[in-house]
Design a protein around this ligand. Sequence first.
Ligand code: ZN
Length: 506
Amino acid sequence: MTTTVAGTAYDRLLSLYREGTLLGSTAEILSWDQETMMPSGGVEYRSRQMAQLARLSHEQITDPRLGDALSEAEAEGHPEDSAEHAQIREIRRDHEKATKLPAELVEAFAKLSSVSQHVWAEARQKSDFAAFKPHLEQLVKLSRDKADCLGIPEGGERWDALADTYEPGMRASEVAAVFEPLRDRLSDLIKELTASSTKPSNAFNEATIDIDAQASFVKEIANAVGFDFDRGRLDRSVHPFCGGSHCNDVRLTTRFQPTEFNDALGSTMHEAGHGLYEQGLPFSMVGLPLGDAVSLGIHESQSRMWENQVGRSEAFWKWCTPLAQQAIGTPLAHLDFEDFYGGANIVRPGFIRVEADEATYNLHIMIRFQLERAIIGGDLAVADIPGEWNRHYKEYLGLDVPEDRVGCLQDVHWSMGAMGYFPTYTLGNLYCAQFFDTAREQIPGLEDGFSRGEFAPLLGWLRENIHQHGRRYSASELCERVTGKPLSAEPLLNYLEAKLRPLYGI
Ligand code: ZN
């Protein structure tokens, strides 16, 4: 590592950048508070507080002084493989992204998306696509303008410019190349499973369990997998999420229902996976790119790993079954290991993405990706979305969508103008399966350890190979460094087929 002398352009750059991210991390705590603790009366003033912080941190990242320090730091000639070089490259990226968008466009987008979210929420409730359509048309138009300002990568398309915000460097053509083989083999697998006369028992999901008992149990599990409660919390919210301000203050939330205990446990494992990533980012790099997560796809690979590869595995349930029975008592006493493990792995095609199982989930994402790529590319009119949506659901999942409320109006993303976001969920599943295959090769007895409640070897491996690097490597570089191969659909498909077929007697 190059040593830096106080007063170099690089040092100045880091301190200017840190001023902006300090405000941003403060906004994160306000946003967590809004979702968990704030009384509803606080909404109006809170939105002004948030807008002010957003404005100030935008000012700081676009500050011409930061631009000057960037150019000077670049001229200092830090070696290409150094941490400094990566830090400067990523700050350049953030600075350019923020400066490329004209203030009027940012403001117009913010206003439109805030109104559109209200219109969408009402339209969804009434299943009235026509009411949402003019707003979505405007959002598509502004999104195209936004893509043009951000710049379409050479040989790419408008969608790429939008997706780059969530998954730096991701191209629609690359996503399609990975998604297509996945879609075909996944559709076949789902048909095979649904046609089978053997099905796992649903008794675990039907059991009614006291919510306080659920809450203390999921907290115990989060602790057991390595989430550090001295540097984090677990609270409740309507939609589970992982927030907080930095690696030493990570805020998870989860949700509970009287039944569907595995939903609470799975959500907790999922958010804990995000939280373990955040807690694994180096504090020495706090507020800097090398102390920040690579991309949404890589973040999701961490949450899915703990939720699925660990939390829905046979080995995990060997360990967890007696613990759950002991902690919960009577409601689970009549069940056996097969009920828990099978109940955690039921595959059932449905209309709603957020309720989908591990296998069908990715088909929901592919449908959204294909549609938004066509909309942004100008090949699909907004008016034709419901028809195309329903046609795809019939083709991929064998379902007849009865109304738009459970069809194309179900997700908030497009109403916020977040086009290019959806694929990060499936990319997360793909990265996850590929990372996990490598972890299994490199850690002898990895899964046997899970059956004894030993999760530290996996966490240590993730810390060393992924967490500690922050944004030093791009998602695709990281994938190649860790697994030795570019991203592929094979590991996920092999994993799903190997696990699910036996559970369905195939
Ligand atoms: Zn997630």
